[in-house]
Design a binder for this molecule. Structure first.
Ligand code: TTP
Ligand code: MG
Ligand code: MG
Length: 369
């Protein structure tokens, strides 16, 4: 393996609406809004997605349908119900194409995926650009769809690059360009900074990703906790070690963090454990899996390592079960251990199983992994 990893992120443009345009070319050029009707009254429900013509009128995912209608008054807009089986079939075809371009492949949602191409391009970004072009051409030719592609040295940068120019974009961020690329963007654009976190950061005087990168890490940890604080710090600096992980192949997911001081205080430890549990949970959901076993581990002041684990009655992806079980295991460990202070704590889930069913409407949380 040569030095730098090369990761490609692909995200289809206005995916559901583009599928509809493809099936019905008379929609092209008109505002197209795909709706999730709640059924309560004629226009109740939310916008699933809209094409870029409709977006010019201020229509976007999540918006109430009546509001989208109001904004599109006087236009030739089409409002369409979801056609899930169409989107699922198109998604499957596209993912099949993408898989052929990757050394390692990870589908993250119905319309996006990461491709690790490090080996096939030998670490060369110019070669990766050709791969990106090849992907765009083939998806257009075979499926009649446009997508946006990002190339970067890790998943975070590749994803941000793909979002930089949409629709039909191809953006490359070389390792030496990462800082410049990120630093002037508003902090809300950073992957993981969601609707709750952004205003909080703005209050702290953090307006851009560059501001966040330069912010005192101790203060970030104090405000957001050690797990998120460090994540924000790294992400803002374009650092991300997360590997491209084939869905269905992960055996376990774990996260570990160092406590501010060695301690045996349950509450102090739980605060960190809950943060770790949240990050682990997100990752499991991202991988499309459920877990059957949970473990807690602790590294003590003498550097000995001990853990406690539990097998659940059945597979689950319930975050509350993970929290509750983690707490129970930590309490048990502290009761049974040698009484030394704890330096690091970790949370692990294993016995992962494929999660069946729809991810479409649940995968859109905007806060961190
Ligand atoms: P996205 O990739 O987030 O959005 P998009 O493909 O519609 O538009 P973009 O060009 O910006 O990528 O989501 C993929 C599909 O998931 C989208 O077409 C519809 C669905 N979706 C929802 O149903 N609800 C939502 O809130 C979002 C964001 C997406
Ligand atoms: Mg998309
Ligand atoms: Mg997407």
């Amino acid at each position: 393996m040569s030095g730098s990893r090369v990761i490609i992120h692909v995200d289809l443009d206005y995916f559901f609406a583009q599928c509809e345009e493809r099936e019905n070319p008379s929609l092209r050029g008109r505002p197209v809004v795909v709706c999730v009707y709640s059924g309560r009254s004629e226009d109740s429900g939310a916008v699933s997605t809209a094409n870029y013509v409709a977006r010019k009128y201020g229509v976007h995912s999540g918006m109430p349908i009546y509001l989208a209608k109001r904004r599109l008054t006087g236009t030739e807009a089409a409002f369409l119900p979801l056609n899930r089986s169409l989107y699922a079939a198109v998604s499957e075809a596209v993912m099949g194409i993408l898989r052929g371009y990757a050394d390692r492949f990870e589908q993250v949602s119905i319309d996006e995926a990461f491709l690790d191409v490090s080996e096939r391009v030998g670490g060369n970004f110019d070669a990766a650009i050709s791969v990106g072009r090849g992907i765009k051409d083939e998806i257009l030719k075979r499926e009649g769809l446009t997508c946006s592609v990002g190339v970067g040295s890790n998943k975070l940068v590749a994803k941000m690059a793909a979002g930089f120019q949409k629709p039909d974009g191809l953006t490359v961020v070389r390792p030496e360009e990462v800082r410049g690329f990120l630093s002037k963007m508003p902090v809300g654009k950073l992957y993981g900074v969601g609707r709750k976190t952004e205003p909080r950061m703005r209050e702290m005087g953090i307006a851009t990703i560059g501001d966040l990168a330069a912010y005192d890490v101790g203060e970030l940890v104090r405000v957001f906790g050690v797990v998120l604080g460090k994540y924000f710090r790294n992400a803002a600096n374009g650092i991300d070690e997360e590997t491209v992980q084939e869905r269905g192949t992960a055996e376990q997911v774990s996260r570990i963090a160092t406590l501010k001081q060695d301690t045996r205080d349950l509450d102090v430890m739980l605060e960190i454990v809950y943060q770790l549990a949240e990050v682990v949970h997100r990752r499991v959901v991202e991988l499309g899996r459920r877990f059957r076993a949970v473990a807690i581990m602790a590294v003590y002041e003498d550097l000995s390592i001990h853990s406690r684990s539990k097998t659940l009655e059945g597979p689950t992806d319930d975050p509350e079960v993970l929290r509750r079980t983690s707490k129970e295991l930590l309490e048990r460990l502290l009761k049974e251990d040698a009484g030394l202070r704890v330096r690091r704590v970790g949370v692990r889930v294993s016995s992962l199983e494929e999660r069946k069913g729809q991810r479409v409407l649940t995968e859109f949380t905007s806060d961190p992994r």
